[in-house]
Design a protein around this ligand. Structure first.
Ligand SMILES: C[S@@+](CC[C@H](N)C(=O)[O-])C[C@H]1O[C@@H](n2cnc3c(N)ncnc32)[C@H](O)[C@@H]1O
Length: 218
């Protein structure tokens, strides 16, 4: 499903109601950063409205955060909602996961939340991600779980409607589940792309899971 102005706006309005989801992921990133890295360079891939960036900046004020998304509408929303003249930290990049306009070995930690199921060529994207991360750097991936039961998905749909998500946003989210991966598939993908799996978190049939992968040092 293609993102238009309406979906970008409605998605942003809806997700702003759930800051704890982003705080939690930001804390994971904070813990994964090596103590001796003073100004970590963090790439948020498929950043959407950029809601995680504010949370990362709170925990890691000296970090440099790059927000990359294929949707100009999402990037504009991120700038609109997050921009604060006294704390200008949004660095938007319009591109796709499969083609990252960044130098090799330049990123300390790459985070991607709920974007993988939309990528057209995940194998190519994982190789690109591996290329841009520094050796020993981390890839924090949060993903919808293909094994989440269909009847529970129906409950999520109702929850979203009750909380004014709007039908396009509900459809966008449900589409993502239909194209989601299970944890074993993602682990295989990551390993074939040159990553070691450091940690994973989530229930086998939970709605999402988190994987922390490390780029091998050569
Ligand atoms: C469900 S939204 C998640 C946004 C954000 N990560 C969050 O958790 O709030 C998925 C985002 O991935 C972006 N996206 C989808 N395919 C992409 C690709 N191949 N490369 C970069 N971004 C992509 C979409 O434009 C959208 O903003």
């Amino acid at each position: 499903m293609k993102i238009n102005d309406n979906i970008a706006k409605e998605f942003t309005k809806y997700m702003i109601k759930y800051p704890d989801l982003y705080k939690n992921l930001a804390y994971t990133i904070y813990k994964e950063i090596e103590q001796d890295i003073k100004n970590p360079i963090i790439l948020d891939l498929g950043s959407g409205p950029g809601l995680i960036n504010k949370e990362i900046k709170n925990l890691l004020p000296d970090s440099v955060i790059l927000s990359l998304d294929e949707s100009i509408k999402m990037l504009k929303n991120a700038e609109k909602y997050q921009y604060n003249p006294n704390n200008k930290f949004i660095n938007s990049i319009l591109s796709i996961a499969e083609n990252l306009p960044l130098k090799s070995d330049s990123i300390d930690i790459l985070v991607s939340r709920f974007s993988l199921s939309y990528w057209k060529n995940p194998k190519k994207a994982i190789l690109e991600i591996n290329r841009v991360i520094k050796p020993g750097g981390k890839f924090v991936l949060e993903i919808l779980n293909k094994k989440f039961p269909k009847w529970k998905l129906f409950l999520i749909k109702i929850h979203m409607y009750i909380n004014f998500a709007g039908s396009n946003v509900v459809k966008y989210h449900i589409d993502a589940y239909n194209n989601a991966y299970n944890i074993d598939q993602v682990i295989l993908l990551l390993k074939s792309g040159g990553f070691n799996i450091s940690r994973r978190k989530g229930y086998p049939k939970g709605w999402k899971y988190k994987i922390i992968a490390t780029k091998t040092k050569t």
